[in-house]
Design a protein around this ligand. Structure first.
Ligand code: ADP
Ligand code: MN
Length: 542
């Protein structure tokens, strides 16, 4: 406009009504001239001049109207404060929702929408059927089905992941001298490509909240400058988020649960399996346990949901699990899978293990939580305790001598049952993993339990026996067997050695463990000494 292109002319002819506006807008002589040619008689618009509408209220009026509106709003807010849903847990109210995870937000919104849709559908169904004896169900039209199990595409099964594209290849290290190679193939530590790749790999070490994208999969090369800027940003981001967390009074749930887990929990609630998740009972190194009220709808296997549930979330931060390899790697039940797994899947395996072990114990009638459902790394089981208060651990409860004795005999009995009927060794049995509830001892925390034939099975059993025997002896139970007697009583092996070293050597042989250390090796292992002599005489001399 305004530069008098020929297009203007046709525009004027086609829409003469706009002429005034256009020519007025563009203060150009060309336009005025064009108008004069087209409408030689009148310079004004042939459709008449629009009346200037008089403004009926003054600025002061408008202002006071706004003021009135504001005052009313204020009043309303005071009269009807926003209702806060107290009954719902932090996941459900959404106050802790991580807004960086748009996918999750979208999914949550969708789920909310679907639920509203279903509610409407239910009303229609009711209206449609009326009092009729024969009714037609709209069930199939519903969007939300009672906890639809594994619809999510991120379900990873026990498949091979050796070619995980997200896993960084170990960046080749440049030796101290600062270069590798020879002659013209020499690569220094300043090599752009090598350095860029290395920077990309190092980026992975930033805080987990820091979204670094999929640079590794793309063979991205980060220049030193960019990397340093990113690093600086990551650190300040980390500090900022630390401050934020402090403000939020250390909400453990938030720290412990990543968006994926939150979605998983959310699904359990929205699917009706759980009523509400009330809060966190315990945060351990490897797991976080929540309390929840059971919902009305049943699981897929039509199990009735207990009124109160415990949700054990196995932490997906991998560090803590590394030292647990020993338990699972040699468990033949998981052996052929182990070699192919990445750490994330191993964590799921812990959850799976706990489920299987609990089921075995349940079948033998040992008091323990009852499995409700397993979803990935989240295990839902019955809650031991009442009204959100978990049963105390044996270490925290003060029992009178009669109850203490009763507890001891019960534990002895359970250990035998566990060994003989369930073919299991608890492997982390102590006053920390026994709860006192309803006048008896309940066993929990069996993700690490193994079968007695596990290469370390008897070793674990011996440790369990030591814990139990010490606890009850200190607790004043005079009848309590010592660790070796208890070991024999549980395992049915009859090991007679008097001292610990011989005892362990003997149970390795009796237990038929092939990799059993010989006496000298075992002595070193137990004592921490490192005696190298080959024969017994020299060994003892040393
Ligand atoms: P961890 O590996 O962190 O020790 P546990 O299975 O021992 O995991 O659970 C940690 C704590 O959570 C327990 O000490 C207990 O207080 C509580 N807890 C776990 N499961 C239940 C349950 N089913 N009912 C009540 N409390 C439970
Ligand atoms: Mn525990």
């Amino acid at each position: 406009m305004g530069n008098g292109s020929p297009g203007d002319g046709t525009g004027i002819q086609a829409e003469p009504g706009k002429l005034r506006v256009q020519s007025a807008a563009a203060h150009s002589r060309v336009h005025v001239a064009a108008a004069a040619v087209l409408f030689p008689l009148r310079l004004s618009c042939p459709w008449g001049t629009p009346k200037t509408t008089s403004i009926s209220c003054s600025l002061a009026d408008v202002m006071s109207e706004q003021l009135a509106k504001e005052l009313q709003l204020e009043e309303e807010n005071a009269a009807f404060p926003e209702v806060v849903a107290v009954a719902e847990g932090p996941f459900i109210t959404g106050e802790n929702v991580d807004t960086s995870s748009d996918l999750m937000l979208a999914q949550m919104l969708q789920m909310e929408f679907d639920r509203e849709y279903d509610a409407q559908l239910r009303r229609e169904e009711k209206k449609f059927n009326g009092d009729s004896k024969v009714s037609i169900s709209f069930e199939n039209y519903r969007k939300v089905h009672p906890f639809d199990s594994d619809s999510s595409e991120d379900e990873v099964d026990w498949q091979d992941t050796r070619h995980d594209p997200y896993r960084a290849d170990k960046p080749t290290i440049t030796p101290k001298k600062g270069f590798i190679g020879k002659g013209k193939d020499i690569t220094t530590k300043h090599d752009e490509v090598v350095c860029g790749r290395k920077n990309t790999a190092r980026m992975e070490n930033f805080a987990p909240e820091f979204q670094v994208g999929d640079g590794i999969g793309m063979d991205l090369k980060l220049s030193n400058q960019v990397f340093n800027a990113l690093k600086q940003h990551a650190y300040s981001e980390e500090r900022r988020s630390a401050r934020l967390h402090e403000k939020k009074e250390h909400s453990t749930a938030e720290k412990a649960v990543d968006p994926k887990t939150r979605l998983l929990l959310y699904k359990m609630v929205s699917g009706g399996m759980l009523e509400t998740i009330t809060g966190c009972i315990s945060t351990g190194k490897e797991s976080v346990v929540f309390h929840a009220y059971g919902g009305k709808s049943a699981t897929e296997e039509d199990k009735i949901i207990p009124p109160e549930c415990a949700i054990k979330v196995f932490k997906t931060t991998l560090n803590e699990f590394k030292n647990r390899d020993k338990y699972i790697k040699d468990d033949y039940r998981f052996k052929d899978r182990f070699s192919k797994l990445n750490p994330r899947k191993i964590i799921r395996m812990w959850a799976e293990k706990e489920m299987h072990n609990l089921t075995r114990m349940q079948n033998a009638g040992i008091p323990c939580p009852q499995v409700v459902i397993l979803k990935k790394h989240v295990l839902v089981m019955s809650f031991i305790g009442q009204d959100q208060v978990p049963a105390p651990k044996l270490k925290d409860v003060k029992l009178n001598s009669e109850d203490m004795k009763k507890a001891y005999y019960q534990v002895l009995n359970m250990m035998q049952q566990l060994y003989k009927e369930c073919n299991l060794v608890h492997a982390d049995l102590s006053e920390y993993n026994m709860l006192w509830h309803d006048g008896k001892v309940w066993l929990i925390d069996v993700s690490q339990s193994v079968e007695p034939t596990h290469p370390h099975g008897l070793e674990f059993l011996f440790r369990d026996c030591r814990n139990v025997s010490q606890f009850f002896q200190k607790g004043g139970v005079v009848e309590a067997l010592n660790e070796r007697q208890l070991f024999n009583a549980v395992s049915g092996l009859n090991i007679t050695a008097e001292n610990e070293v011989d005892f362990q050597a003997e149970f390795f042989q009796k237990g038929g463990v092939v990799e059993a250390l010989n006496e000298r090796q075992l002595f070193n292992a137990v004592s921490g000494l490192n005696i190298t002599a080959e024969n017994e005489v020299d060994f003892q001399a040393e």
